[in-house]
Structure formats: C-alpha cells, structure tokens
Design a binder for this molecule. Structure first.
Ligand code: AMP
Length: 565
C-alpha cells in the first residue's frame, strides 16, 4: 500500500497525461497480477468494482470521527485543517503528522478491510473498523485510503487513463482494453484478462449493466443538423429516469445511470419478462397518463423509498411512494439480442430489430404513433427522420406540445458508444426557467477551489413577510475572479461560522438555472432545485426584488417553460 500511495503522489505531481499513463502502467506491470488488479481498481478511486453492488456506507462524518479518535486534536483544529485543504485525504495527511504504520499494509489487506466495512451495519459498527484500518496505516497510506473511501483520488487518473495504463503495462491495444472493461464492468478483471492475453474472452454478462451512451447539448435546431449531413433520427426527449433493461429466461431487471438496480417499478418487469428471448434495452421510465408523459415533478413521487445511496445523489430530496402515478418504459435502443452484441451495429439496424422485438406489444414504428396496445407498459420512442434545421425545429415544437422536454437527434449510422458523450446524439431542450435568489450561507470549495468560499446556499423571499427561506445550493457557474472577489466579500459579511459553513448577510443576488423543482425537506422552503447552477451575478437587483416562494410554487405546479424576471 505504501508504494501505491507514493505512486499516487507522483501521479498527482505530473500534469502530463502520457507521463501519468507511463508511471501507472510501469507500476502495474511490476506487481503480481492480483495486486495489480487491486491497484488498478484503487486508481479509479473505487473501493469495489463498478459491477459489484457493494457500498462502503462510510461518509465524511465517519472519517471525521475516526480521525478525531486517532489524532485527538485540540478543539477546532480539524475544522481549520479541513478548511485549509478542502479535502479529507489531505486533511488526514496533515492531522496524522508523524504517524507510523503499525504493520506493513498490503493492497490486499486494504481490499479486505473495505469488504469488512461494507458488511458492517450502521456508524457504530463501521467506526471501529475504519479506525482500526487507519491505525494500521502510515500517514501517507491513510491519506489515500481516505481518498478511496470518499471516492475522490484527485490524481488525475480517470478510469479511461487506467485503461490506457493497462494497455501500456501489458502491451495491448487500447480499444481492446476499453471494450473488455465496458463488458466486464470490472477494471481488475480487465487487467487480469490483459495480463493473460485474453481480452477477447471478455463477455457481456446479462444483469451486469454497461455504461449508458450520452448526448451532447445543441443550442439550436440549425446547429444540430450541421452534425447530420445525411439526416437524423429524431426522438422525443422524455423526462423521467434513464434505465437499462436486462432480460433472460423468466427474469428481467432494470438498472439506472449509476448502474444500480432500479427497484421502484416492479410493474414494468412482467411485460419485459413476457417478451421473447434474451436482450438488453435502453430507454426512459416516465410517468404516463392517457396518451402523454407526465411532468417530472409528478413522476418523481414514485422515486424514493427504495433508492440506493447513489440514486439519492442523483435525485436528492424527499419523495414519497405513490402507486397512483402510472409509469411506462419508453424504449429507444437495443444493445444485445439473443446472444448478439449490437453495440457496433448502426442505430438504424438496432432500431429495426427493436421494432421487431416489440412488435407484439406496441403499435409504433418510425413516424407512427407509438402508443401501447392494450395499455402496455412498454412503448417505443417516437421517431422521425429529419433532414433540415426546419424539420428538426418542427419536431422539437411538437415534442414540447406533447409535454416532453425536447428532442434527441441521433446519427442513423452510429454505433452505441457505451459510457461516452459524443456528437452521435445531440439533445435540444426547452429553455430553462431561472430564479433570482440571494446567497445566505457559504462554504469552502474543494480541490482547485479549496480556501475559497465557492459553494453557495441560496434563498428566496416569503412574500409579505420579512423572511428568506433556503431552496438550494450551487457550486458552479462563476468565474475564478468572481469567486475570489466574493470570498473577500463573504468573509466581511459573515454572521456566524459553524463547522464548514458560514451564515452570511443576504447581499449577493444570483440568477440560478436548474432542471426542475422538487419537494424537499432539506430546505426551509420545502422545495429544492434539481441540478442548480449559477447563470450570473445580479448586482443590478436588490434583495427586495428577488423571486418569491410563490413563484417557486407556480413553477413547481406548472410546467417550466420560459426564463425568469
Ligand atoms: P440530460 O439528462 O439533459 O443530459 O439528457 C440526457 C438524458 O435524456 C438521457 O440520459 C436520457 O435519460 C434522457 N432521454 C429522454 N429521452 C431520450 C431519448 N429518446 N433518447 C436518449 N435519451 C433520452
């Protein structure tokens, strides 16, 4: 583990990608295969392979408690050190100054300790386990153990670079490593295959979800069509949650974008199980009533109880289970069918096969109404072929009129680029609503922004009362210069300081964009913005004129169409 930690330091110290790949690759080659598999996994900042449904369940506060027990710092020291670094790993290194290892800790020891941590239930069981692990480590090892636990190594080695390092270490072609890693969903297993020269033996395993293909945004229909000289398949963009369906024999399961199993919609499984053969589908689960999709705000009441940690990150906030909201699975892609992997087949062929597979349950085809027959819970995404910006604009307006979020334009001859965001798929969305809000609390940022007050909790006004209520937190959107200036401003306008956070005088008005509004018990307003980001500073606007809770309610109840004040 010590060599691994030292190597991480060396990786963090170089900004050159080729140098990182060479260093990591040489290191992996020098290790016995099982250790190398472990190191490759840790390089990705994960304690467990992507496909394993294991979670450590160790959050920042548990790490904090373990460090407090180990280092026994004076009151306030941990807070001060954290504020300086904005990173728990770096904080660990500093507060454990002078700490020696109790024993030589191997990568395998750390892996086994992670498994034990995952198996323990609740903070009271996990804390002693975590403390014991950190006690065995030296200061530098502890730093990287904490970084893996918090899922953020910050050594600039994304999974794609680890794939490159494996290709370099064992002299294999990068596309073969990437493909094996996509299929196995396990970078350690990929390394073992690469070491044995058996990358071609990697097989897709049903019920191991694979990375989703992602879309890039387009600003306008005209711009989007420039990427599709031969025309584009245009589908409605449904606003629900993305899901990959796997089916074999009498069993079907759904997986989310975080590759966790989605368990909230058991009613979708029987119709999937009734389809013939084995397959993997890609699509969107949406709320549905009559002949149209429901707004996300209504659909989201079905999300909640059975969410995993990771899913909760994606859909923060409170949600109740409401079986009254009917859902359907709108399918738009076919990745695997009856033993044949279709990722490299053109979209036009995948779509054709998909229409055949679903022929008995839906009446849709290209350009036709895709409504389900007999109230089926499975639907085929509506699609049409567009050749011009005008065609696409029309399709976009029709999609909005049907209550959908916009359209997706897809290259008919494109492969399914698993886990990648490229130009084969472009999304064109309705303009977003924005809110003018005031910053009421601030926190230090992380990484490059440590020491800067860059994370802002913001509030709206309660009309008729002299009161502000929080509604969200945003981290992104301002320039470095603006953040620097605001940091000074907030330091001088702090009302009180508690742990990580400072309450500040409500003086800075910002405009925030967001994807949606949801009910939430996290914020005083009872609502939370989904994916908020700062559009700009509104120094022209006094706090007395910011948006009100009433406008939030209006936006929540109506569908969000146009911009703010
Ligand atoms: P966004 O979340 O805005 O980045 O948009 C991408 C998401 O749109 C995907 O991850 C899907 O969940 C969703 N989506 C809705 N309809 C479609 C569609 N027809 N094709 C692909 N993705 C879709």
């Amino acid at each position: 583990m010590r060599r691994f930690a030292r190597l991480c330091e060396a990786l963090a110290a170089t900004t050159k990608k080729t140098e990182k790949v060479r260093l990591a690759g040489d290191y992996l080659r020098s290790l016995p295969v099982e250790d190398a598999a472990c190191a490759a996994l840790f390089f990705t900042g994960r304690p467990f392979p992507r496909i394993k449904a294991l979670v450590l369940g160790v959050g920042a506060s548990l790490v904090w408690q373990a460090l407090a027990r180990l280092a026994k710092p004076e009151p306030g020291v941990l807070e001060a050190v954290y504020r300086k670094h904005g990173d728990l790993g770096a904080m660990t290194e500093e507060v454990l100054e002078g700490k020696q290892a109790a024993e030589a800790l191997s990568l395998e020891n750390v892996r086994a300790a992670f498994e034990r941590l995952a198996a323990r239930r609740g903070a009271s069981q996990k804390l002693p386990e975590l403390e014991a692990l950190l006690r065995r480590a030296c200061r530098l090892e502890a730093k990287y153990i904490v970084k893996i636990i918090t899922g953020d190594l910050r050594i600039g080695l994304k999974e794609s670079l680890v794939e490159e390092a494996i290709a370099h270490a064992f002299d294999r072609a990068l596309p073969e490593v990437e493909r094996a890693n996509m299929l196995t969903g396990d970078i350690g297993a990929t390394l073992r295959l690469a070491a044995a020269g058996r990358l071609d033996a990697a097989e897709l395993r049903l019920f191991n979800p694979i990375g989703f293909m992602l879309a890039s945004p387009a600003e306008s229909a005209e711009e989007a069509m420039e990427y599709f000289p031969e025309g584009a398949f245009v589908e409605d963009k449904y606003d629900g949650i993305r899901a990959q369906a796997h089916k074999r024999g009498r069993e079907a399961r759904l997986f989310s974008r975080t590759l966790d199993e989605v368990k909230e919609f058991p009613e979708l499984l029987a119709p999937l199980e009734a389809l013939p053969g084995e397959f993997i589908l890609d699509g969107e689960i949406v709320g549905w009533r009559g002949d149209r999709a429901l707004p996300f705000t209504e659909f989201q009441t079905r999300l909640g109880r059975r969410q995993s940690e990771a899913q909760r990150e994606l859909w923060p906030g409170f949600a109740i289970n409401d079986a009254d909201v009917p859902v359907v699975y709108v399918v738009f892609d076919l990745l695997f069918c009856d033993g044949k992997l279709l990722l490299d087949a053109p979209l036009s062929e995948r779509r054709r096969r998909l229409e055949t597979l679903l022929a008995d349950v839906v009446s849709g085809g290209a350009g036709q109404r895709p409504e389900a027959r007999g109230g089926s819970k499975l639907q085929l995404a509506r699609t049409s072929l567009c050749h011009t910006g005008g065609d696409l604009q029309l399709a976009f307006e029709r999609a909005l009129a049907r209550g959908n979020e916009g359209v997706m334009a897809k290259a008919p001859d494109s492969p399914y680029a698993s886990g990648r965001r490229g130009r084969y798929w472009l999304k064109l969305k309705r303009p977003m609503a924005t809110l003018d809000v005031v910053v009421t609390a601030v926190e230090c940022g992380h990484g490059k922004r440590r020491g800067l007050l860059s994370d802002y909790t913001f509030s709206v006004r309660v009309p008729g009362e002299d009161r502000l209520v929080t509604i969200g937190k945003a981290y992104s959107g301002l320039t470095d210069a603006e953040i620097l200036e605001l940091t000074e401003h907030f330091k001088q306008h702090t009302v009180d300081e508690r742990g990580f956070s400072r309450r500040v005088e409500p003086t800075i008005v910002i405009e925030v964009a967001f994807n949606n509004i949801q009910r939430s018990d996290r914020h005083e307003s009872g609502y939370a913005l989904r994916f908020p980001r700062i559009v700009r500073l509104r120094s022209d606007k006094p706090v007395s004129e910011i948006d009100t809770l009433d406008r939030v309610k209006q936006l929540y109840h109506g569908s969000l169409i146009t911009g703010g004040a």
